[in-house]
Structure formats: structure tokens, C-alpha cells
Design a protein. Structure first.
Length: 243
């Protein structure tokens, strides 16, 4: 599949130091005293929210028309036998957007992901001119589930759910599958919408980046073409039901 270009591409592949750290995290370890094992990294609850999405000049980009924003978040955690549990596609539609309009995302921002993450969290965001009766991203990807390419990608992700202690190569191969799914989402949207733009992508490792928990960018906004935004990755603490 042709590699897609993203206006903001902050994804970096693991280097040798990252792989070494990942190996130490994934390998079974014993405490120096006794034989009590040290557990491997656990899945944690995360939320990803887009904030302050501003259209600065609609005429240069989409014109005064309906706009859609599609987000795909791929994680290294899911349910065995359920391919779609590893990724969350979302489609949001905004009619009649004009210059200097802030997209109506609600008080808390636009929630594009909520769920458990393990090993990695990949974020892909595209914007398009919306077309009447166009399918949402979840439907478009479901229509592709029978293709050999996407079966291979989701099969790789499912491999993470079938082993108790995955190897580094299992995780890095799953990272490649996540990138494939993001590019596939870009491709299928380009075919059914107008003027699709790959706005943003990033890949956050649990080991190297702590899933990127925090604000991005740390101050101000990402500003590209005629659109600006920032986003946050929030850890949701598990409720204590023992009280």
C-alpha cells in the first residue's frame, strides 16, 4: 500500500535503546531477594481528547461547507478473537464551518479514544470535506475486514492477545500493523470524501513515552494549513471498589 503523507508526523520508530528498554520490560524478571516475579507492564485506562480545534480560513481549505474529522486510535491491547477491539475509529461531522470558527466539541473537548492501552497507542487524525451520505470510518474499515491486507494487520494485532509474554518482535510487528491501519484509513477516506488531508499522526510507546500522557504540544497549539488544535492524553485511575 502506498505510504500516506501526514502534515504533522511525530511518529518515530523504536531505536536500539528503545528496543533494549522494551526487552527489559517484557522479559520475566526476578527480584534480587527471593523468587517473587516482577510483573510485566499492565494495561491502563486512557482517554484522548482534542481541544480548541479552530478553522482560521475556510476559503483556502474547504470553503463554507460541511467538514468531517476522522480519528483512528490503535492500541496494543484487545480481546482475543475480536479484531476490531484493537482499534477505535471515530467520525465527527461539522456543518457550515466558516473562517475563524471553533469546532463545537463540548466543554471537555472531542473524545476520540477511551479504553485500555498496552505496549503502544497510535493516533491518526484526518480532515475532509464531507459528502452527503458518506459512510463513517468504522463502517468503511469494516467493509475492508475481508481483504487479505487488513486481515494480516489485524491478525498481527491479535497476536498480542494470544500470548502472555510477547517478545519485542511481536510488539514491533504490531506497531507496523498499527501504522498500516492508519494509512489504510487515510486511503479509504480519500476515496469517499472530498479533499482528504492527513492532519496528524503519532505513535506513543508505553516503555519509551509512558503513552504520551499529558498535553500536546506542551504549550500553544499545533497549527498547520488553516487549522489549529491541541490534544491531551489522560490516565483514568481505576475505581477502588473495596471501600
Amino acid at each position: 500500500m502506498t505510504q500516506q503523507e501526514w502534515l504533522i508526523d511525530e511518529a518515530t520508530s523504536p531505536d536500539a535503546a528503545d528496543l533494549e528498554q522494551m526487552e527489559s520490560e517484557l522479559s520475566p524478571k526476578l527480584q534480587s531477594r527471593g523468587l517473587e516475579s516482577v510483573s510485566q507492564p499492565q494495561a491502563i485506562n486512557l482517554a484522548v481528547r482534542l481541544q480548541d480545534i479552530m478553522i482560521w480560513d475556510s476559503k483556502k481549505w474547504f470553503g463554507d461547507a460541511e467538514m468531517r474529522l476522522d480519528a483512528l486510535v490503535v492500541r496494543g491491547h484487545g480481546t482475543e478473537g475480536e479484531p476490531t477491539s484493537f482499534y477505535m475509529p471515530q467520525t465527527f461531522r461539522f456543518p457550515g464551518i466558516k473562517s475563524r470558527d471553533r469546532l463545537p466539541t463540548g466543554e471537555n473537548g472531542l473524545l476520540i479514544f477511551y479504553g485500555e492501552a498496552l505496549h503502544f497507542l497510535d493516533v491518526f487524525i484526518t480532515v475532509s470535506r464531507d459528502r452527503k451520505d458518506s459512510e463513517d470510518l468504522a463502517t468503511l474499515l469494516n467493509q475492508k475486514l475481508q481483504s487479505k491486507d487488513i486481515q494480516g494487520a489485524v491478525g498481527t494485532l491479535l497476536g498480542l492477545a494470544t500470548v502472555a509474554a510477547p517478545q519485542v518482535t511481536t510488539v514491533t510487528t504490531a506497531l507496523s500493523a498499527a501504522s498500516f491501519l492508519g494509512n489504510l484509513a487515510y486511503q479509504v477516506l480519500s476515496k469517499v470524501t472530498g479533499d482528504t488531508i492527513g492532519l496528524y499522526r503519532n505513535s506513543w510507546l508505553q516503555y519509551r513515552d509512558g503513552f504520551g500522557i499529558g498535553r500536546h504540544p506542551q504549550a500553544g497549539s499545533h497549527h498547520v494549513r488553516d487549522l489549529s488544535f491541541w490534544y491531551e492524553i489522560i490516565r483514568e485511575e481505576a475505581e477502588d471498589h473495596s471501600r
